[in-house]
Design a binder for this molecule. Structure first.
Ligand SMILES: O=C(O)CCC(=O)C(=O)O
Ligand SMILES: [Fe+2]
Length: 345
């Protein structure tokens, strides 16, 4: 068989598996591994069009919330203030907000991360494995390029929980995704220079994320980030369509990316601590390998559906009544990965 024919057959088979898997998910809420793999394959075969098609369907099924009070760390986004930002994000695939986290908050988060034990990327065996033991991060004794806090540690920080429930972020995500967002992933990690080891595992080589159909991440820099200590790198406009020359899964070299997009579209996002960035990581991106210093980053992802990769739920205890209310009111958003374990008072 020639290649064109093989690709046609693949498209039909993966397309069928995706259709069946998505229908099963809609009926049962269960996303099978096979269906997830079919989504990834179809993304690559169609250059992303299959995800866009499913997103239209999802948009109709999950109409936007009409009563979000869009005030928070991004400022007051009411009266159409998010529109210009979202338009730019749709064009470029990322957006750097003028608003930053206030210094006191950044300092508290930094202190928490400096004193709370963290898991770390364990390079002693292949794959993306994190240690089961947790240690307090010590930059003078580097043992890994990446130290990642467990979800339990994240939801034990009142400052990070405040960010999870921030209503300006929810509103922005809704405007970008075009439907009710789902909080589907949180991450908090330190990065260190590590002589080029573990670059693939630490997401320091170009790649695209594809755990969900459509999604976006907020990045919060908790340390100053310059060209030497691991800026997030993004390829402007690469979230729209996957070019045929890069139509495969995996990691990509800088040279390969430059050939396809040109250097002028490869953006290094530096910023002072407190910087807030929105990124559609379906486009090509990486964390730049650190040459010196360290980087602490907090990340929140919103998606339009839980179809795709599966993650374990996170137990959370909410002390704030206001947050309990938001959790209940927008349970379609917060209730997918967060499990409220408050005992009745
Ligand atoms: O470390 C970074 O800046 C990028 C990490 C990454 O690939 C991701 O969060 O999806
Ligand atoms: Fe990524």
């Amino acid at each position: 068989m020639n290649n064109i024919l093989i690709n046609q057959v693949k498209k039909i088979l993966h397309g069928r598996a995706l259709k069946k898997g998505f229908a099963h998910f809609q009926k049962t809420g269960i996303s099978t591994h096979e269906a997830y793999i079919a989504m990834r394959n179809m993304f690559i075969i169609t250059g992303g069009a299959s995800n866009d098609k499913l997103s239209v369907e999802i948009m109709n099924q999950r109409p936007k919330y009409l009563d979000i009070k869009p005030i928070g760390v991004l400022g007051d986004l009411s009266a159409g203030k998010a529109a210009v930002m979202v338009t730019k994000m749709k064009k470029d695939g990322y957006y750097i907000f003028d608003n930053v986290l206030n210094e006191e908050l950044v300092d508290e988060i930094f202190k928490y991360a400096s004193t709370t034990p963290t898991s770390y990327l364990d390079l002693s065996s292949p794959g993306q494995k994190y240690s089961t033991n947790e240690i307090v991060f010590d930059e003078s004794k580097p043992i890994s390029p990446r130290y990642q806090f467990t979800n339990n540690k994240i939801v034990s920080s009142p400052q990070l929980v405040n960010l999870l429930f921030d209503q300006s972020l929810l509103f922005f995500a809704q405007e970008y995704l075009g439907c009710k967002p789902i909080l589907d992933l949180v991450a908090f990690w330190w990065s260190l220079p590590f002589q080029g080891q573990g670059k693939s595992e630490a997401a320091q080589l170009y790649h695209f994320d594809l755990d969900r159909i459509k999604f976006m991440k907020f990045f919060f820099y908790i340390t100053d980030v310059d060209t030497n200590n691991g800026p997030h790198c993004y390829v402007r406009g690469s979230h729209k369509e996957l070019p045929k020359s890069l139509a495969r899964d995996g990691r990509f070299s800088d040279e390969e990316i430059e050939k396809a997009y040109g250097k002028s579209n490869m953006v290094e996002i530096c910023g002072r601590k407190g910087s807030i960035i929105a990124v559609d990581t379906r486009g090509f991106h990486k964390g730049k390998e650190l040459i010196q210093g360290k980087r602490l980053l907090f990340q929140i992802e919103f998606a339009n559906s839980m179809f795709g990769q599966s993650y374990p739920p996170i137990d959370i205890n909410l002390d704030s009544e206001a947050q309990q209310e938001i959790y209940k009111k927008y349970s379609d958003t917060y209730g997918e990965i967060l499990q409220l374990v408050n005992t009745e008072k």
